[in-house]
Design a protein around this ligand. Structure first.
Ligand SMILES: CC(=O)N[C@H]1[C@@H](OP(=O)(O)OP(=O)(O)OC[C@H]2O[C@@H](n3ccc(=O)[nH]c3=O)[C@H](O)[C@@H]2O)O[C@H](CO)[C@@H](O)[C@@H]1O
Ligand SMILES: C=C(OP(=O)(O)O)C(=O)O
Length: 430
């Protein structure tokens, strides 16, 4: 077990290159199960979610080569091996193994997913979709059992706009007989990325990125090569870091339109953002003083919930009272207690955090309860007076590729250390 140590107060200057999108990667990798010949995905982030999913593909008989940012999967010898427990619980996106294995084998056994604890995260809409396609779905001792004689296209209206359900239904439907229509589908860029890979494999998909997706099932899918889109949440995290820590930062390898809600909010706060579409870059130049703003998370293209926690830290520096409301998750505020330990003047009321600023955060020992809480605490450490120690790195490592190297390159004083036996015991007893 390890911790991050951050000596706060440094300005961040220079260029940071954004990695491939975690939320695409975790769907693209299971999607390879559907092909009958090798698929290569280029530009993957070097994060634990990618490593775990790659090893799960090996567990079901895939031949997998992950070298740096590139993954090649030969799925031809895969079998419908049950995956009821173990690694599937370490991440949220193991649920995509359900859709992909159902599509290919017409059966699957996959443990209920893990991932960040942000309040209830049911998968009823995924199951509704699988059932509409003709699968029998049961939940036995913490694992989902899926079986179908054949998959038949269907019209599926999602009661809740869900990224995971939209992609999972796409994965199963590409090999169903006939047409599937997903209505009230999620519209995230990652959904378009997955549809692009599936289309390169021979799938027939129209409307990805809108709220109606039409899929005409095909008999077989073939191998191909695909380059992943950049991670808009990682990009957004660095933009928030730049706004928080001062200095001038170029964030490279971004699709600026994916960042519109954040760009608008940062500008409202008084941060200068220059967009260079030709170079896939944005430049962030923080203003002298930051203004308080209200933020409400919404489904895409609204403000992304995954940037809500980092934004809360930034708002501790803004003049006045800001209200951050999360309409997607009921309990995505575990970072607030930790920020309070660092002198954050924040209270939580229902689904909102009320932040009074500006305050000077103080270095402290804090624990990341989930991935973006981790990002929020790292930003707090960069801003704080003195030394901050962040534990719970297993969460941060799910989603941030080379975090310390990238931050060091920008001028931060940050390093990783092993926890002592005493610290491990203290954590286990707390
Ligand atoms: C691996 C991945 O891509 N994770 C992202 C994905 O998570 P994930 O796919 O889990 O999120 P969803 O879009 O499905 O969830 C959105 C909301 O719908 C609810 N819901 C979802 C499914 C369902 O069957 N029933 C239901 O009620 C959830 O509880 C949540 O309140 O989208 C979230 C919302 O942008 C992001 O925070 C996560 O980073
Ligand atoms: C909530 C997140 O991830 P996951 O859905 O993988 O838990 C996230 O990326 O912020």
């Amino acid at each position: 077990m390890e911790k991050l140590k951050i000596l706060g107060g440094n300005q961040l200057n220079g260029t940071v290159r954004v990695s491939g999108a975690k939320n695409s990667a975790v769907a693209l990798i299971p999607a390879t199960i559907l092909a009958d010949s090798p698929v290569t995905i280029e530009g993957l982030p070097q994060i634990s979610d990618v490593e775990i999913l790659s090893s799960l593909l090996e567990e079901i008989g895939g031949s997998v080569s992950l070298e740096g940012e590139d993954l090649t999967v030969d799925p031809s010898k895969m079998i419908a091996m049950p995956l009821p427990s173990g690694k599937v619980k370490k991440l949220r996106a193991s649920y995509y193994l359900m859709g992909a294995m159902l599509g290919r084998f017409k059966k699957a056994v996959v443990g209920l997913p893990g991932g960040c604890h942000l309040g209830p995260r049911p998968i009823d809409q995924h199951i509704k979709g699988f059932e509409a396609l003709g699968a029998e779905v049961t939940n036995e001792q913490g694992a989902i059992y899926l079986r179908a004689e054949e998959l038949r296209g269907a019209r599926i209206y999602l009661d809740v706009v869900s990224v995971g359900a939209t992609i999972n239904i796409m994965l199963a439907a590409v090999k169903a007989k006939g047409r599937t229509i997903i209505e009230n589908a999620a519209k995230e860029p990652e959904i378009i990325d997955v549809a692009t890979l599936l289309s390169s494999m021979g799938a027939k998909i129209k409307g990805a990125g809108t709220d109606v997706i039409r899929i005409d099932g095909v008999e077989s899918l073939h191998g191909c090569k695909h380059t992943i889109i950049p991670d808009r949440i990682e990009a957004g995290t660095y933009m928030i870091m730049a706004a928080a820590a001062g200095g001038e930062m170029i964030i490279d390898n971004v699709i600026p339109t994916h960042l519109e809600p954040l760009i608008a909010k940062l500008r409202e706060m008084g941060v200068r953002i220059d967009i260079n579409n030709d170079q896939d870059q944005v430049l962030v130049v923080p203003g002298e003083k930051l203004k308080a703003v209200d933020v409400k998370t919404l489904v895409h293209p609204g403000f992304p919930t995954d940037l809500q926690q980092p934004m809360t830290t930034l708002l501790t520096k803004a003049q006045g009272t800001s209200i951050v409301t999360d309409t997607i998750y009921s309990a995505r505020f575990k970072h607030v207690d930790e920020l309070r330990r660092m002198n954050g003047q924040i209270k939580v009321e229902g689904r909102s955090a009320i932040i009074n600023g500006p305050v000077q955060l103080q270095g402290a020992k804090v624990r990341a309860s989930d991935l973006r809480a981790g990002a929020a605490l790292v930003i707090a450490g960069l801003l704080a007076d003195g030394l901050t120690e962040v534990t719970g790195l297993e969460h941060i490592d799910r989603g941030y590729s080379h975090l310390e190297e990238k931050l060091e390159g920008l001028g931060a004083t940050i390093w990783r250390e092993k926890l002592t036996q005493e610290e491990i015991e203290q954590m286990q007893n707390s």
